[in-house]
Design a protein around this ligand. Structure first.
Ligand code: SF4
Ligand code: SF4
Length: 266
């Protein structure tokens, strides 16, 4: 039994948690989310380079919440998501444990303070490859960038897989489902697609933790990560703010100060 499986078995057997949310093998050997509720099933857990999904998306599902206290197998972006959800008052202290798999041991983080300390020790910046791609994209002129996104979004199917994959897209009723008034057209056509994707990007600005799951979920391969990384970078440059580093931080685009020099905001 691996260290991860043993830790999960121990937590379930002692009733420290009621469910372990981790990765298992799905059809064809692909990694998929599993919800282990019995200590005897802990052997189903796996963790390797194919386990990419941000499992924090399940923390917002009512059917998962009602299972009880959860231990969540985490990657760095999952930890940042937990902190961001806590900062948005979506999850409570003591409602979960984070299990960080490493080659030597399983690190168990039981408090938001412990998660903050762990995240602070990680490199929260973009990788060298991500920075290079972002620089290439940012170097394009405004017209080129607009043409690039118009072409990309023209392929959008309005399937909303990006929304379903995103742990921070948790509204119970999304603007695209409102029809009185109909803010965003239902069919997949150029104008509606642009509106949908720009609206989603704006709602995630200052909140996105750059986990990449929306891009991986997109069936037509729209590089949503590029848009998200640009906004992560712009929010940091403009507001000196990074999402997912504190359980108590304010969001750059949803807070204001009464003494803000701009009149329009008051
Ligand atoms: S990268 Fe995509 S899925 Fe992940 S938090 Fe940002 S918008 Fe959501
Ligand atoms: S996953 Fe891709 S195709 Fe589906 S709505 Fe999102 S951007 Fe459009």
């Amino acid at each position: 039994m691996s260290a991860l499986q043993e830790k999960a078995r121990e937590l379930l057997a002692s009733a420290a948690v009621q469910v372990v949310i981790g990765y298992g093998r799905g059809s064809g050997g692909a990694a998929r989310a599993v919800f282990i509720r019995e200590a005897t099933k802990a052997g189903d857990l796996v963790f390797d380079g194919t386990c990419l999904q941000n499992l924090a998306v399940y923390l917002m599902k009512p059917e998962v919440r009602k299972l009880g206290k959860a231990a969540l197998v985490v990657r760095p972006a999952t930890l940042r998501t937990i902190l961001q959800l806590a900062a948005e008052n979506q999850i409570a202290e003591n409602s979960l444990l984070a299990l960080v798999p490493s080659a030597e041991e399983i690190v168990l983080l039981a408090t938001f303070a412990a998660i903050e300390a762990h995240v602070a020790a990680l490199d929260s910046d973009l990788s060298t490859a991500e920075k290079a791609e972002l620089q290439r994209f940012t170097a394009l002129g405004l017209d080129e960038r607009r043409r690039f996104w118009e072409e990309q979004f023209s392929r959008c199917l309005k399937c909303y897989a990006c929304r379903a994959a995103c742990p921070l897209c948790y509204c119970t009723r999304c603007t695209v489902e409102c029809n009185q008034p109909q803010w965003i057209p239902v069919p997949a056509h150029d104008l509606g697609n642009l509106e949908w994707n720009v609206m989603r990007a704006m709602h995630l600005a200052g909140r996105c933790v750059n986990c990449g799951d929306c891009s991986r979920a997109c069936p037509v391969g729209i590089p949503l990560y590029l848009l998200n990384q640009k906004l992560v970078s712009d929010v940091f440059t403009g507001f000196n703010s990074r999402s997912g580093i504190s359980a108590r931080s304010d969001n750059a685009l949803s807070t204001f100060k009464p003494n803000d020099p701009e009149d329009f905001i008051r």
